[in-house]
Design a protein around this ligand. Sequence first.
Ligand code: PGA
Length: 256
Amino acid sequence: MTRKPLMAGTWKMNKTIGEAVVLAQDISNNYDDRWKDNVDVVVCPPYVDLKPVKTVFEFDRVPVGIGAQNVYWEDAGAYTGEISVPMLTEIGCEWCIVGHSERRGLFGETNEDVNKKVKALIAAKINPIVCVGESLAVRDGGTTLEFVCAQVKAAFAGIDANLAANAVVAYEPIWAIGTGRTATPEQAQEVCKAIRETLAELFGAAVADEMRVLYGGSMNPGNVDLLVAEADIDGGLIGGAALKADSFIQLVNVCL
Ligand code: PGA
């Protein structure tokens, strides 16, 4: 089975609407017709930028998807400050990051929260990009694979195999995020392979073979080739290098 690579940029809490439109325009201006068949390209701006960025891509008829960086699992109600799945659906969001280590670490998101979000997204046919990854302490303690695979199992608990295929897992070692310290291709492949084996336990080998597993953590034009060449790495979740069109485009074009 050949999985189509996915390159997703997350802008985190960067870019005002004006800045976001400029960046989206810049990406659109560099669109390469070969993307359509060879790589899924997604950007995940802050909530307020989603609609303006979507409008740029729609106007230019460029097949770049948009994703949110978080969501709440209830459809509506008294949940001050939260954004629901139906709100994302109306904007035309096809993707949503869940369980990013910054949300887990800074905002107390638990494995149970991640699971509820994944279920709500899948029910609405928005593809979750589920982030998992170990701290340096866990890596140094030698329990990375157990830790990460437990996160995967918790995120997908109670989800039917026939609904799982479009979900994505992003392996993001916390010590590699925004630090310039990338996992080696061998380290990343070892964990991504273990993730796929866990997905096979949960959903069967055929579904696990279809699901995309990304690497994230200081991915840049200098290290991307060797990472995406690994058998179980199907693309990237890109932070810093996605904030400029030229580096983001270079990363995307490696998949052509
Ligand atoms: P980075 O961020 O590429 O800046 O390390 C990746 C991420 O947080 O997904």
